[in-house]
Design a protein around this ligand. Sequence first.
Ligand code: ADP
Ligand code: NA
Length: 333
Amino acid sequence: KFTPRIFSGIQPSGGLTLGNYLGALKRFVEKQNEGIETIYCLVDLHAITVWQDPEKLRAQTREAAAGFIAAGIDPRRSILFNQSQVPGHAQLAWIFNCVARMGWMGRMTQWKDKTAGKNAEAESLGLFAYPSLMAADILLYHATHVPVGEDQKQHLELTRDIAAKFNHDYGVDFFPITEPVIEGAATRVMSLRDGSKKMSKSDPSDASRINLTDEADAISQKFRKAKTDPEPLPETLEGLKDRPEAKNLVNIYAALADMTTEAVIAEFGGKGFGTFKPALVDLAVAKLAPISGEMKRLMADPAEIDRTLGDGADRANAIASPILRQTYDIVGM
Ligand code: ADP
Ligand code: NA
């Protein structure tokens, strides 16, 4: 009933990280190149669930768009746009706010993590309801598949629950039950400073992450200072089990080189970090320098980026509008 269509998004709440690249962007490009219909969104409505400086938000949105294009998203083959320019996202989110239950939101581990040790009552209502907007992002296009990192798995399950409850409550088979696509060696890239936290653009420590705009010497510094244990790399994958920092660097290497983690271990097993880290730095610089160079070139012409995003929004809206119209009809509006 539903033709394959891919949707995914990234928040323009800071610069793009290596985690965003390996867990999301690189996969987005692969899906585009497989010839599936691909729709990618800079989710600025999600970004403002935590206060953003308006000028920075505007700049980060353009920078993220440049990152997508530099990484290989072709805005003629994929639809690339900014969430707030397609009003259907907020409109469908409202309907889903009335379908989803408070308890579902309260059980989200990301909500719990983001409010841990803080007064949750003082967080924005938007942060609490974020997964409902995410469901709207996806279902507004009847997307069947969503490539994401592991951190989004639970939100994707909630999207499925919302689609199923809507279909059930209104006695229709209108929204697809979307499949998460979590693939590859780096579905959860960890912080370089703390092996128990994911690498994130919103981590206050810049040393914890590689930014797509980092220069070669920053990449080198950050990997060389990355927290590790003193042991050489193990000879088998098993040996990485209780070594989260070592495992993270091996996963990053594998994903950047398009190798399996087994193959990386076969090459570097028994070698110390004094050998492995410089090899990782060389690989990361070789893969990321062309992307950051292209981003700089694109960001020199913000008007062109705005035109690209405007065109993407028109095309996104052409798909979204009839689906929203039908949703309103189903609901009795
Ligand atoms: P961030 O935490 O950097 O703000 P987003 O919430 O904007 O990331 O997520 C955008 C996409 O990047 C999602 O698909 C998410 O799963 C993926 N992603 C984010 N951080 C990581 C990570 N550390 N490892 C793998 N994928 C990640
Ligand atoms: Na996130």
